[in-house]
Design a protein around this ligand. Structure first.
Ligand SMILES: Cc1cc2nc3c(=O)[nH]c(=O)nc-3n(C[C@H](O)[C@H](O)[C@H](O)COP(=O)(O)OP(=O)(O)OC[C@H]3O[C@@H](n4cnc5c(N)ncnc54)[C@H](O)[C@@H]3O)c2cc1C
Length: 464
């Protein structure tokens, strides 16, 4: 008997689960039901599509033929309307019941639009789907000014796309700073300066009261009495999980569909992954989590041994040309058990914040510091002990790649056979401008012992 796998949702979670199932149960029958009419596309590239930097074919990741080649049955434009766990089937809009042995809910999320008076007028949008991006693009062709309500990552990317289309753009953020979830106050201040250089206006601490217009948008009214005139509004105030199907079927649901470390829901043979799932109180809302969850869920569904899902270290990057901003892990946690190390270089637009707990990095903000993103991510994910580097972490020229290499090879101290001086990569050689984290091997060939002037060849490795 072939196992019948049914996946609801054709986003990154659904597709990665389907791929994992193909690889691990080639005899299984895999069917994907998708509300959208498009084969799998890159949602994260919608701002680029809106700006006109990418075309629809550019972001279409898999054509329909791909599903055929993989042996995956895909049913586009086929939303699942109900789930009946006791009967082990789902119901489509036409009333048809589809049976499953194992079911994955990968229904993702939708844009949350707060109840703002006037939000139902022509010219008000949210950006979540391909159809949204195409509709905004069409409408923008007849607009001169736009307002984006919400200064989070997606709101800022959308604002930048609209600017690229030639519109005058204002971002309206209710919090006193941009990117309130990602940035602390000093980081946000420096970021805002860089962002405004793009020619986008920013209003922080600005509460939207209503969207003005006579059926068509004419402006955004703020609580302080000001009105920002515009013909187009994009509301970008967060995403909510698509949990209705699960809730109506009696599955445990909080902010997302509650899952355990195997991505199992409260009902047997029903799994959930991606933006619709809540693990350990968290709905991640990012691609890496959707992929990791989908893979564990699919392996479990196929009965293949796997490590449990333990959560994802979040990492988000702003995709706006000329601004390098990445936030990793718990970058914004305010906690007495944490140590914060900051480096700021206003002239070069660099802001780096490191958050440490028990001598280990748990989060970081990197603005204008792209080269350190990979090593810092590895230091966070690897929970590397940084005790030996504590005094040097605030140095602007600290090379985290070298630090990572040296932290991972603790036996790399070298002793001078002439004077006994020990070269410690954790300290570097400040007098010779050798930053902490530089391994002995990568010291310049003409480097000499700071105590006695002996050359590198006079040093021997300490076996520790
Ligand atoms: C514009 C934009 C840019 C983003 N950029 C980034 C980024 O740069 N980095 C990052 O990490 N994350 C980004 N995200 C978030 C990221 O896209 C999501 O975390 C990811 O798409 C979640 O994948 P998913 O498969 O869980 O859900 P989704 O991608 O939302 O897919 C779920 C699919 O299920 C379908 N569906 C829902 N209900 C049903 C039903 N009843 N029947 C059938 N089908 C159904 C939906 O139509 C949808 O196609 C971005 C999100 C948006 C909107």
């Amino acid at each position: 008997m072939h196992t019948r796998y049914l996946i609801v949702g054709n986003g990154v979670a659904g597709i990665n689960a389907a791929k994992t199932l193909v690889q691990n149960d080639p005899d299984g029958e895999i069917a994907v039901y998708a509300a959208e009419r498009y084969p799998y596309y890159n949602r994260w590239q919608l701002p680029a599509l809106l700006a006109g930097h990418k075309s629809q074919p550019d972001i279409q990741f898999y054509p329909e033929q791909w599903y055929v080649e993989q042996g995956i049955q895909v049913h586009l434009d086929s939303p699942v309307q109900a789930l009946e766990p006791a009967a082990k089937h789902v119901i489509l809009a036409n009333g048809q019941a589809i049976n499953y042995d194992r079911l994955l809910l990968a229904t993702g999320g939708h844009s949350f639009i707060p109840p703002i008076p006037g939000a139902d007028q022509a010219g008000v949008f949210a950006l979540h789907d391909l159809d949204d991006a195409l509709a905004i693009r069409r409408y923008a062709a007849q607009a001169r000014r736009a307002a984006v309500i919400g200064g989070g990552l997606l709101g800022l990317e959308t604002a930048h796309s609209l600017k690229e289309l030639g519109l005058d753009v204002t971002v309206i953020e209710a919090f006193p700073r941009l990117l309130p979830r990602q940035l602390d106050a000093p980081g946000s201040a420096m970021f805002q300066e860089t962002f405004e250089h793009l020619g986008i206006q920013v209003q922080t601490g600005a509460i939207t009261k209503a969207i003005a217009g006579d059926g068509k948008v004419s402006g955004v009214e703020l609580q302080n009495g000001e009105t920002i005139p515009c013909e187009l509004v994009v509301v970008s105030t967060g995403i909510r999980g698509n949990v209705e199907l699960a809730a109506q079927a009696g599955l445990a649901v909080k902010r997302g569909i509650v899952v355990n470390q195997w991505l199992e829901t409260s009902q047997p043979d029903i799994y959930a992954a991606g933006d619709c799932a809540e693990f350990d109180g968290q709905v991640y809302g990012i691609i890496p989590a959707a992929i990791e969850q989908a893979q564990v869920a699919a392996l479990r569904m196929a009965g293949v041994a796997t490590e449990p899902y333990k959560g994802t270290v979040p990492s988000t990057t702003l995709k706006v040309a000329d601004i390098d901003l990445t936030c990793i892990g718990q970058a914004n946690v305010e906690d007495e058990s944490c140590v914060y190390v900051r480096f700021e270089d206003h002239d070069r637009g660099i802001y780096r914040k490191l958050v440490l707990r028990e001598k280990k990095l748990i989060g970081s903000i990197l603005l204008g510091d792209k080269r350190n993103v990979v090593p810092i991510t590895k230091l966070i994910k690897g929970a590397v002990d940084l005790s030996a580097y504590a005094d040097n972490l605030g140095a602007g020229d600290l090379d985290f790649r070298a630090l990572l290499a040296s932290a991972q090879s603790p036996a790399s101290r070298y002793e001078c056979s002439i004077c006994g001086y020990v070269y410690d990569p954790a300290r570097g050689d400040p007098e010779a401008n050798i930053p902490a984290g530089t391994s002995f091997e990568s010291l310049p060939s003409d480097w000499t012992c700071p105590m006695c002037g002996a050359g590198k060849d006079m040093f021997t490795k300490l076996e520790e």
